[in-house]
Design a protein around this ligand. Structure first.
Ligand code: HEM
Length: 498
């Protein structure tokens, strides 16, 4: 009995000693010249416990107040550097853009996306395909007046579907996402789809599933990269692969269809331009990166980056209108005075609708689609503000810290479009207003997005007054942080203006 007790005590003491030893070993082996980070850093979990069950953006706000504009955080075993405030962000992305413009490499980008596409690639391949996509967007997107026509066409459709609800409460997410996806679809596939088209609906639902599963897995893979080797598939990789394969199959079918009808010199859309470039490079005997796989992942990047982001901004604006009806009223009065009710607003009206423009800027400031941009990585070992950041380290660009910085935006938490107007009511856009990020990775679809947000919202505000559901509490203005920052689902009534 006595010996048994002694043995148990010994084991307990040994365990305590071992844990203390491990903790001391872990703490002392932490590098000292990296940006400051919260302590303790626990084995396996790193600093994750301070993030657990908390809003990541709130958490970063606190860490910035404690450690300054440059801090780091251990997500599991992985060190992540977080940059805050306009001057540091600009210094990294613009002055040192050559170093800070890579993307991190991980299991998702390499195995799942096959190191292809635009959003998650780096180096020469990224440069070549980003340039190509920019030119294609210019040619079939914001550089053409037909682009405006096709957005207005979608806006009409949106107005009609809202009208069909007869002022009853409904969820706008599905309609808005489909109309916005149709705009990108016209640039890429050269065609729009009916909202009732079962093939398109199926595609959007597969895309939604893929985005959700990827959003969860990307956090887990980044924090615990070793989980991918665990038996039992804890990251649900099989399911994610299935979703990605289904989406890619859709793009493959579209590509095949395009190849069979392609006519050189009469390119209809992004896919045709890609076919032309791939054939040109093949003819020249070049070793080309214009492969089929690269095409599918570029399409995927444009569709996923171009749909939810813009759709969220439209939803966020209408959600704010429920909470701030006087701002909605001012937007409407401006449209009524400048455009009237007989025709839909066009891009020519944009400069004459500064209050609406200011409202859009304010929504993008408080509810940016990607408050932490997309993860960046440094392309070489680099010393920044005296801190060592080693090659490949993930760097998060905290756009939220810039957009809510009281030194640039007075009373930053307040929804106040007037901050973007001067005494004469003219629009002013401060340099620090960067919801599309800055530097070499700046959003590739910024021009298309700005056109869409303006035209869709102007048409909706001209036609409807948006009201909350009677007798229900107002929907929350706090969002959900996934791949994009989106509002929680809410009901709204679209009352046709008399
Ligand atoms: C409200 C709408 C949008 C917002 C706020 C937005 C914002 C952003 C942000 C913050 C980034 C990350 C930049 C960085 O990593 O530093 C980004 C990247 C990107 N966006 Fe957008 N975006 C929007 C709409 C669009 C649209 C309509 C398209 C395409 C038609 C698009 C295509 C892309 C692509 C391809 C990238 C990756 C660029 C690269 O890695 O080189 N975005 N966007």
């Amino acid at each position: 009995m006595f010996w048994e007790l002694l043995q148990n005590v010994n084991i307990a003491i040994a365990l305590v000693f071992f844990s203390v030893f491990m903790l001391i070993y872990y703490i002392t082996r932490m590098p000292s010249d990296i940006p400051p980070y919260p302590r303790p850093v626990l084995p396996i979990f790193g600093n994750l416990l301070i993030l657990a069950n908390r809003d990541m953006l709130m958490c970063f706000r606190k860490l910035r107040a404690q450690y300054g504009d440059i801090f780091s955080i251990y997500m599991g075993s992985k060190l992540i550097v977080v940059l805050n405030g306009y001057s540091v962000v600009k210094e990294a992305l613009v002055k040192n853009g050559r170093v800070f413009s890579d993307r991190p490499i991980n299991f998702l980008t390499e195995v799942l996306f096959k190191g292809s596409g635009i959003t998650f690639t780096s180096g020469e391949k990224w440069k070549e395909h980003r340039r190509f996509a920019m030119n294609a967007l210019q040619e079939f997107g914001f550089g053409r007046s037909s682009m405006e026509d096709s957005i207005i066409q979608e806006a009409k459709e949106m107005v009609q579907i809202f009208d069909d609800e007869n002022g009853q409460p409904f969820q706008i997410k599905g309609v808005v996402t489909t109309c916005v996806a149709n705009v990108v679809s016209q640039i890429i596939f050269g065609q729009r789809f009916k909202h009732t088209d079962p093939h398109f609906r199926e595609f959007l639902s597969i895309l939604d599933n893929a985005t959700k599963t990827l959003s969860n897995a990307s956090v887990a893979v980044n924090c615990f990269p070793w989980l991918q080797y665990f038996p039992g598939d804890p990251l649900k990789m099989k399911l994610i692969k299935e979703h990605v394969t289904q989406v890619v199959q859709w793009y493959k079918d579209m590509h095949e269809e395009h190849k069979s009808t392609y006519k050189e010199g009469a390119e209809r859309d992004f896919i045709d331009l890609y076919i032309k470039e791939a054939r040109r490079q093949e003819k020249n005997g070049q070793i080309s990166t214009f492969t089929d796989t690269q095409l599918y992942f570029s399409i995927g990047d444009l569709i996923s980056a171009g749909s939810d982001t813009t759709a969220n901004t439209i939803q966020w604006t209408l959600l704010h209108f429920l909470n701030f009806p006087e701002i909605q009223q001012k937007c409407f009065q401006e449209i009524e005075q400048v455009v009237g009710r007989a025709r839909l607003p066009t891009l020519q009206d944009k400069d004459h609708l500064p209050y609406l423009e200011a409202t859009i800027l304010e929504v993008l400031r408080l509810c940016p689609a990607a408050p932490l941009a997309l993860p960046h990585a440094v392309s070489e070992d680099f010393s920044f503000h005296g801190y060592r950041i080693s090659k490949g380290t993930t760097v998060l660009i905290n756009l939220d810290s810039v957009l809510r910085d009281p030194s640039s935006f007075k009373e930053p938490e307040r929804f106040f479009p007037e901050r973007f107007l001067d005494a004469d009511g003219h629009l002013i856009k401060p340099e620090e207003h960067i919801p599309f990020s800055i530097g070499r990775r700046v959003c590739l679809g910024e021009n298309v997005a700005r056109m869409e947000i303006f035209l869709f919202l102007a048409a909706l505000i001209q036609t409807f007054e948006f009201r909350p559901v009677e007798g229900e509490p107002l929907p929350e203005l706090k969002g959900i942080m996934g791949i994009t920052y989106s509002p929680k689902s809410f009901l709204i009534r679209a009352m046709k203006r008399k």
